[in-house]
Design a protein around this ligand. Structure first.
Ligand SMILES: Nc1ncnc2c1ncn2[C@@H]1O[C@H](COP(=O)(O)OP(=O)(O)OP(=O)(O)O)[C@@H](O)[C@H]1O
Ligand SMILES: [Mg+2]
Length: 357
């Protein structure tokens, strides 16, 4: 659907989510985007595990249809690389003159990245934190240079570029989901936070400080597994199980102790909670410059599970809540009831489109 009548430009953010493709066209507007149009596709549970880049023609055709139904008016697009396809780490490098930094980063990257450097696109950014000197000095004895390194296989990048091209779009940039999520869910807030993005098949856990993804982890737990657990435990079909999941979530069953999760979803969610606990330990021991997280922001369709934020708050003793990426977008008030039903499913697409807002 088209929100504004006038022909407006801007950029399209594309999220190739396992549960379906989401697109948003925003036109620039003071750092907040003005919503021009949006569209999405939905996959059946059987289709959810299929990688889009394995079927480039079908994916391009689907993307083209979504854009055409949404009546997008620009060919300029930004897409996201799924977190598991990207290597990302904060490195501490011994001080070198500025012009030698790229070489020093490459040297470190060679040791860390499991692919030959010719096969990846490397990107790095020097990080400057106000209190870095004191904390880094404590750990290393001397001033170190902190660098955020990201690397993505060229073969994967090429496939996304080709899909967009076949759909009639030009990818002006391709970034990781992490940056899109931060833009949509954190914005310019410098506070240390955790984003837990639960999609259809994966949950991404991001430790963010001053807008920088300091630690990123990804686990194969998402909404699909929750629905499957309900369907198989109650011997009902996936559609009924999906509806039940959205209604009841992890609300305690009648007669159970307060705060106790129904066993059926507990089995699905416990590995996610364990991964979060593990990530906390990694974050505490590895990061020399990051501060303790102050809040946990939930994102993605799967995070709409009733009771999830309460569960996470009580497990980690940190305030946890469902974030709302629509707060960073301008649109007419009468669209609120409609757009808010999507919850934070559009977080990645919004974050991508906001890149150029
Ligand atoms: N209200 C809700 N309560 C619980 N789960 C929900 C709700 N709404 C949507 N979901 C679940 O959200 C999931 C889809 O979320 P989303 O669109 O964020 O995933 P995706 O980005 O496509 O997948 P992935 O991130 O794994 O690639 C589905 O599993 C769906 O069951
Ligand atoms: Mg997702």
């Amino acid at each position: 659907m088209s929100i504004f009548k006038r022909k407006q430009k801007g950029h399209i953010g594309i999220d190739f989510g396992a549960g379906g493709i989401k697109i948003i066209q925003l036109q620039p507007g003071d750092g907040r985007g003005n919503l021009f149009t949006y569209g999405f596709s939905e996959r059946t549970p059987e289709e959810m595990g299929v990688d889009y880049i394995e079927n480039p023609e079908a994916t391009a055709a689907l993307l083209k249809t979504i854009c055409s139904k949404a009546r997008t008016t620009t060919t300029s697009a930004v897409a996201a690389l799924p977190i598991p396809t990207v290597f990302s780490a904060v490195l501490s490098i011994a001080p070198v003159p500025k012009k030698e930094l790229a070489k020093a980063v490459e040297w470190e990257a060679k040791k860390l990245i499991p692919l030959p450097l010719e096969e990846v696109t490397l990107d790095f950014k020097e990080l400057r934190f106000p209190d870095e000197e004191t904390t880094a000095k404590k750990t290393f004895g001397e001033k170190q240079i902190s660098v955020l390194l990201t690397a993505a296989p060229k073969s994967v990048i090429d496939k996304y570029v080709a899909i967009a091209k076949a759909a009639g779009l030009t990818l002006t940039s391709l970034e990781t989901e992490a940056f899109a999520l931060i833009r949509a869910m954190v914005g310019v807030d410098p506070a240390p936070v955790i984003i837990v993005d639960m999609g259809a098949v994966r949950s991404n856990i991001l430790f963010v400080d001053r807008g920088i993804p300091m630690l990123i982890r990804s686990v194969e737990i998402g909404g699909k597994k929750c629905t499957e657990a309900i369907a198989s435990a109650l011997s009902i079909d996936m559609n009924r199980a999906e509806a039940m999941k959205r209604d009841l979530g992890i609300a305690p069953l009648p007669g159970s102790a307060p705060g106790q999760m129904p066993t059926l979803l507990k089995d699905v969610l416990t590995p996610l909670l364990n991964e979060m606990k593990y990530s906390f330990n990694v974050y505490r021991t590895r990061s020399v410059i990051a501060r303790p997280p102050e809040k946990i922001i939930l994102s993605g369709g799967g995070a709409g599970l009733p009771g999830l934020s309460e569960l996470i708050t009580s497990e980690f003793n940190i305030k946890s809540f469902l974030g709302n990426p629509w707060e960073r977008v301008n649109f007419q008030d009468d669209l609120i009831p409609l757009l808010y039903t999507f919850g934070s499913r559009f977080a990645v697409a919004i974050g991508l489109a906001l890149r150029n807002a």
